[in-house]
Design a protein around this ligand. Sequence first.
Ligand SMILES: [Zn+2]
Length: 484
Amino acid sequence: MILAVRVVVLAIICLIVWMLVRAHAHRPKESPVISEKSQPAADIAVNIDRAVHGLSRAIQVKTISHADLSLTNYREFERFHFLLESLFPLVHSKLKKKAIGYNLIYQWKGQDSAKRAVALMSHMDVVPATEKGWKYPAFSGAVEEGYVWGRGALDIKYGLIGILEAIEELLELGYTPSRDIYVISTADEEAGQKAGIMAVSEVLQASGVELEWVLDEGGIVGEGMMDGFPKPIALVGVAEKGYVDLELAVEVEGGHSSYPGKDTAIGILCRAIAKVEAVQMKSRLGSPVREFFDGLGRHMSFGARLIFANSDILEPLILKQMLKNAQTAALIRTTTAPTVISGGVKSNVLPPKAKAIVNFRLLPGDTTQDVVNHVSRVINDDRVKLTVLSESPASKISSSESEGFRLISQCIHEQFPEAVIAPYLVVGGTDAKMLEPLAEGVYRFTPYRISKDELAGMHGVNERVSIENLEKAVRFYASLIMNI
Ligand SMILES: [Zn+2]
């Protein structure tokens, strides 16, 4: 007996020592180093006045897209296309442009046609803006206080202007990329339709285009993103969650509210929703979230390193902690959000039917069928009928060890040397996922260092982009193109 106790104590001591050793070795990885062959863009003389003018003019064109397409004014998109032609004459004379509806594809022929191409993406449409609450009018493109102001500045006309300005400048220098580069700008990203990128994807696939990787929006260099984390974090999206709208419907006999039966449609439905909220899909520390915390943990205190270096052993503890916060909970499980409910029409009538929509955001690895099975098991009531109204699977997970990820990291490090670069799971949806059939790697990052406060301007009021960040964006894209 005493021997057995001794063995257990010894095993625990060994485990603790092993965990401490792992924590000690859990140090920051080396920063991506610009290789000798690579060409940093630091010495490119960015024409920042032209970039600022271009972004300001771009904001003034109201390329607003609506979920109800009949509300979209396509004359503005035509105006936007003309504006791009006037702002970037070399881009429009040297690159091959194809319009698919109001979506644009530019092809810049590279030196080696045998190499797979790369695509840079940035949509041209914006969400509507209220008149009130803006320091400078929403579509003024005002250049004030070191910023360019207006709807779409941050989401994401600065990305498109940054890409085209970088190409214009490289063309002025007589530059030809090593391989084909595509620039893709869709006109309906904010409308949620994805019709634009699907049409673009079909055209590229029909032309036999194969992409080594794609870079779209979805990550930024964030300040104060995690409580207690001392450095800005460059979030590079390597995957994005999927989407399911599930309808829960109950049909029973209606009647007069003065003599209700034991169960009513609304009562059954509400109990079902309460169950689905109470018992959510299982949480787990999967890829790329594990890599994300692995990367960040290396820059934290010894106590935090002790936890993250041993995430395989301490996973239940980490998950419990992450579930306390809605943002981190969304990274470790398929989320459950009842968003719509309807039932009765009059206070003294028992409705024969009540229904609700529950929106799920799928973790990579979970499927629509997993959600339906889970909900059906949890509700365990045949009177609640389930119907999938819409779905979009989670993306695949792109490698954070690939040449593309390495190059993107290099260029981030060049512009934002203070930031810790981490692969990330994007909880929203981007156009880029639709290019998965033809792209090996799909990455989501736009070069912008931003505080939580500024980030609130996205889809809100006082959306703005600093001139300093716009200059970094031009250099970032130039560097990327020069080293692709
Ligand atoms: Zn966007």
